[in-house]
Design a protein around this ligand. Sequence first.
Ligand code: 5HY
Length: 255
Amino acid sequence: MQIRVINPNTTLAMTTKIGAAAQRIAAPGTDVVATQPASGPVSIESHFDEAISAVGVLEEVLAGERDGVDAYVIACFGDPGLLAARELTRAPVIGIAEAAFHMAALISTRFSIVTTLGRTGIIAEHLLEQYGFRHHCRRVRAAEIPVLDLEENGEMALNRIIDECRRARDEDNIGAIVLGCGGMADLTGEISRAVGLPVIEGVTAAVKLAEAVVGLGLGTSKQGDLAFPRPKAFTGQFEHFSGLTPTGRELPKQK
Ligand code: 5HY
């Protein structure tokens, strides 16, 4: 199967790192293609960044539909454009925040999240509510590092994240930690060894969930609100979305 892992920001170093972490965890026979939008923010650290990056995610899904992709992963912890992306395809679309919440809830009754900047913590709070994991999560904490410090000041960023994870371990009465950024995709092992708790991050969790959904012969339901959007005219820079019709690509029958 082919999984398209979309990094919604436009920092190639982070896309490459996310792709490598995803391919490392993928099962034999799973081919990971890591992509990023042609246009958008170099990092996503606000509601504005999220909103702009969501259009880029949708462009990448439409490109994936032309390539016959079997599943998609949205590799930003805000899951930007997730439901809109699901409307565009029969293939499963997995957001890394949702995947990490599910995985953490499978191995612990309570977890805390450690993200980058405090200001994006509210986005994780909203997703916990939306996905029904509010009662599983003790706290949403922040290492107070800009997202691109994960690329530019890796050592410092890692130490700040480990310090915050240790505080979560000592203060939150939890069984696991969720890392709140796609750019942390390669840090789980090191942090888990340093903190002594299971550490989940969304990119690798999402790849395994995508494989499971495809493996069951399941995909995005086209019954109800995730049906293909009704074709219509779009104007200006979005004119190319006009008359958008589904590729009609059928998924393998459910097992
Ligand atoms: C992410 N920003 O996963 C989010 C993390 C965050 O560019 N990739 C980003 O801090 O919200």
